[in-house]
Ligand binder design. Structure first.
Ligand code: NAD
Length: 310
């Protein structure tokens, strides 16, 4: 496993890290014991950064992750969770709620502190509230020792600059913007580097789009994007290759991105994902797949308030 610095936090995180949303049965109904084995396999293979949220499976992912982490020495992993999003359309970024929320997460996770506490999907919030109320509340929790660092997450890239121009934040978590079909995060990387902000990239498989199983029914991509991804996956199969492998190799290759979160509740997939990042990327397959995906390059979907999708 390779490790990179997460901004100026002093945390050296594995380039591939563990996204725990599947533990909440977000993609398919999972077997809890299998999901716990996937967490242990990740740690055994050198993955040292784990991301979760009370939103995933409406607290189930945190509960299952907490069970998996019981008995694991706290120094073996960095743990990130989130505040503010509690359901598909349930948000509360008030200081009171996010403060209580962290205590609830700590109890479910069975730990005294998290390494990173993030505002979850801030495009659904009033960004003035994030800057003036939520982030100051998170800094107070940091001062109490309950969270070591503070971050923000979301889909539209413009939200990161909007907040960072007005507040200090240790990390950003962007998703579906540094994968085979969409690398629009690239344009923001120099700004984030200048600001010393750690970059976490999530969803290298574009939330399952870049896999043989394909996107789950709730996936927000357009039919055109889903069709292009399915065509790219079929092309890889015909070459005896796996699009998920190419996708993960592509996402971890950029040294300006500290870590890429991939989600799986399957120990077998987890082991394959870690093995793949040590193999060289097939440059001609990458070029061919990028050609197939060119008509949908950087196509995304709206998320959150209209004013945050500018
Ligand atoms: P992903 O792109 O990692 O895709 C996950 C899907 O891919 C799952 O269905 C999984 O079973 C499948 N998969 C994983 N490895 C595979 C393999 N080798 N072969 C075939 N299929 C494979 O998307 P994700 O889970 O959405 O993102 C990873 C993590 O990032 C999440 O668990 C979460 O922790 C984080 N995340 C955060 C936000 C946010 O904060 N707003 C948004 C998205 C993701």
């Amino acid at each position: 496993m390779r490790y990179r610095d997460l901004g100026q936090t002093g945390l050296r995180v594995s380039v591939l890290s563990y996204g725990a949303s599947p533990l909440g049965s977000v993609f398919r109904a999972i077997d809890e014991a299998e999901g716990m084995r996937a967490v242990h396999a990740a740690l055994d293979l050198g993955v040292n950064f784990i991301d979760v949220s009370p939103y995933y499976g409406l607290t189930r992912a945190e509960t299952v992750l907490g069970k998996a982490l019981r008995g694991v020495p706290r120094g073996r992993y960095y743990l990130a969770t989130k505040v503010g999003r509690y359901g598909e359309a349930s948000f509360d970024f008030s200081a009171a709620r996010v403060t209580a929320s962290l205590d609830e997460s700590l109890a479910r996770l069975g730990v005294d502190y998290v390494d990173l506490l993030q505002c979850h999907d801030i495009e659904f919030a009033d960004l003035d509230q994030i800057v003036n109320e939520t982030l100051p509340a998170l800094r107070r929790l940091q001062a109490q020792g309950k969270a070591r660092f503070v971050g923000i997450t979301g889909l539209p890239l413009s939200i990161f600059r909007s907040v960072l121009d007005r507040a200090d934040v240790d990390t950003v978590l962007s998703y579906c913007h540094y994968c085979l079909n969409d690398d629009s995060l690239t344009a923001l990387l120099p700004y984030l580097k200048r600001r010393g902000v750690g970059v976490i990239n999530a969803s290298p498989l574009c939330m399952g789009l870049l896999s043989d199983r394909g996107a789950p029914a709730w996936h927000p991509a357009s039919a055109r994007l889903k069709a292009a991804a399915a065509e790219a996956a079929a092309f890889c199969r015909r070459q005896g290759a796996d699009i998920s492998k190419l996708a993960i190799q592509f996402s971890v290759a950029n040294p300006s991105i500290a870590t890429t979160l991939v989600g799986t509740a399957s120990p077998t997939n987890l082991e394959r994902n870690v093995r793949w990042i040590d193999e060289p990327i097939d440059a001609s397959l990458l070029a061919a797949v990028q050609r197939i995906l060119a008509p949908v390059h950087n196509e995304t979907w709206p998320s959150g308030r209209p004013e945050n999708n500018a």
